[in-house]
Design a protein around this ligand. Sequence first.
Ligand SMILES: [Fe+2]
Length: 268
Amino acid sequence: MYHHIKQLMYTVRIGTPDPRFGNMLLEQFGGANGELAAAMQYSIQGLNCDDPARKDLLMDIGTEELSHLEIVGALARMHLKPMKTNRQAAETDPLVAIAGGGGVTLCNSMGNAWTADYLKVTGELDVDLRSNIAAEARAKIVYERLINFCDDPGTKDALQFLMTREITHLKAFMAALESMGKDPLVIGEIPPTPGIVEQFYNDSTGQGDDGDIDARGPWNEANGVRFIASVAQPIAAATEVEVTREIHNAVRRRLTSPAKSSRSKPAR
Ligand SMILES: [Fe+2]
């Protein structure tokens, strides 16, 4: 059940409206990393979630994102408003001015319609939480850029609040993922093929004209990773029969396990 309260989650006050900036704000209204995408992603993940504790987390944050959508909408509308009557302002974005009457629509800053394709919903809780951590990081950096391009103190203040909440959510999703106690490299049930999984292929080689280097680091030479210098046919340490047997075992384990290990006890 959703209930609307006629009050913004954070008070929004702006100085002189800036239609160009209002247009940029639409990125966080109907854009790929915007508030509607966040609200829908977490809420739909929550609907699909069998883990009661983490379902509660997803619904809490998904609902807060709707309140953020309302703040961004209010903010964008204030900045876009001159487009209703002012020809020069309308020229900033004819789509918003002529088709939308100087108000907000579910489009990004380039006028592209919002799409459910923005959403990452896999039905695998740990995978979804990773997507959410990345989504919050993207939203944070978009808000930071908006703040950097903004001169109006009131607008900056509201954007600072929204940016801060992204970090709060980032922390919550990270803690939820960690509390599942899953090995971060175990995704799903079927194990990767031994031998191949440890190989790092140096597929971008040589020295570039702009000083591009062939780098080495912990990603390609530590933690059991084997650096393969030349492009090679991947050769598995396990035979095809062994790999097939592992896959069958994993499927059997999944079918016979009473409940997912990630399931946690409900809060008392
Ligand atoms: Fe948000």
